[in-house]
Ligand binder design. Structure first.
Ligand code: AMP
Length: 122
């Protein structure tokens, strides 16, 4: 997967072709509730730029875009009251990582004890 697929579902959300339950937006970032939440709080944070995964974002995004993404995570977790009890951020990447949507996204999960990092041992 080396070319960005502009038909992916998050690209459609960014173009306004599909609705989302928005949590936060700025010039570089959109965040919205996951449609199939795996925890009491499950929010997806995505860059508006066309990045396939975290490695593409880290290698090619501007400093402003990177700062905006992490700044959004800080703001959202504070606003949602997740800081005190903690939360988890996941970036599923590629086939082994279980990435389903090929537009870079961070999952913010919280609101309960999330258990072990992986469901199954190696
Ligand atoms: P990943 O496996 O990391 O690619 O995660 C993709 C996530 O996107 C899953 O948790 C899905 O539930 C979520 N998702 C898929 N379609 C939508 C949608 N239209 N709105 C919000 N979340 C979605």
């Amino acid at each position: 997967m080396s070319t960005y697929d502009s038909n992916n579902i998050f690209a459609k959300i960014l173009r306004g072709e599909i609705p989302c339950n928005k949590v936060y937006e700025d010039d570089h970032v959109l965040a919205f509730h996951d449609i199939d939440p795996k925890a009491p709080v499950h929010i997806l944070v995505i860059p508006k730029g066309q990045y396939i995964a975290i490695d593409d974002f880290g290698a090619n995004a501007s400093a402003e875009e990177i700062k905006a993404l992490y700044g959004a995570v800080a703001k959202i977790t504070k606003d949602k009251g997740l800081k005190e009890d903690g939360f988890r951020v996941i970036a599923n990447t590629g086939s082994n990582g279980g990435q389903e949507v090929p537009h870079f996204h961070l999952h913010i999960l919280g609101g309960k004890k999330l258990g072990p990092m992986l469901a199954h041992a190696a």
